[in-house]
Ligand binder design. Sequence first.
Ligand code: RIB
Length: 294
Amino acid sequence: MKLLNFGSLNIDYVYSLDHLVLPGETISSNRRDIFCGGKGLNQSIAFAKAGAKVYHAGKVGQDGKLLLDVLERHGVDCSYVQTIEGASGHTIIQVDRKGENSIILYGGANRMITPEDVTEVLSHFTAGDVVVLQNEISSLKEIILQAHDKGMKIIFNPAPFEQKLLEYPLEYIDLLIVNEVEGGQCSGKTEPKEILTTLYNRYHTAVLLTLGKEGAMYYDGDDMESHPIYPSNVVDTTAAGDTFTGYFSNALLTGSTPKQALELASKASSITVSRFGAADSIPYYAEIQEQFGE
Ligand code: RIB
């Protein structure tokens, strides 16, 4: 089984603030950091740090060398990442003193992926291989359709959520990963159990629902599991969801039960939120073992 992440790569410009800027307000920041991020890149690194062999596909611009470097440093195969004219995707992220964030996303090269690119990349993969997707790149629907036609398994994190995603063939997804906001938008429900059962009944896909401070839940038609968070000194929640996605999915793909996968991913995310930044804040498996004494 080969694991492909067809996903975004962003340069994150992160501004530390007392509080998130309000409409009409100007506040100054005394700290700006530049981090490698993008839900795609973060999730590839989470998979890699969890121990998986990952192929990443996507596009960066002329300024994207640092994004390729960080992936390669973590052993991610970047043969299917193209460097094109123009700018890479980037974000402007505000982080307040409680670690909450708000994000402006500019797609850049992530939005230049064409259906032809999809066909070319997927020609290197086959039935039984797994593709991981988020909603920060173009030609997403084509990837779902072509991956399904090939018999690949599809893990989809529809973040950030857009209404048009509901017109995609979500019944082809094997594992849908949503937070409480995306889960509510996808299902039209607010209560966690109802979100899970509604999405499962509608798409017949396993669903992982992350609930921030309330932990996470999973439902696949048989098992309904939940897990609380581990206490942590929260400094920045960026990439917590990506950490959860990588660790949880890799655990399931390598034979863990949903309950074990929830436990491991909760531990991993509790470390991510205690550190500043995106990809770099994701812990290695050995760090989780060290911290939680496994
Ligand atoms: O999930 C966190 C990521 O979302 C950030 O790294 C940022 O690039 C945005 O895509």
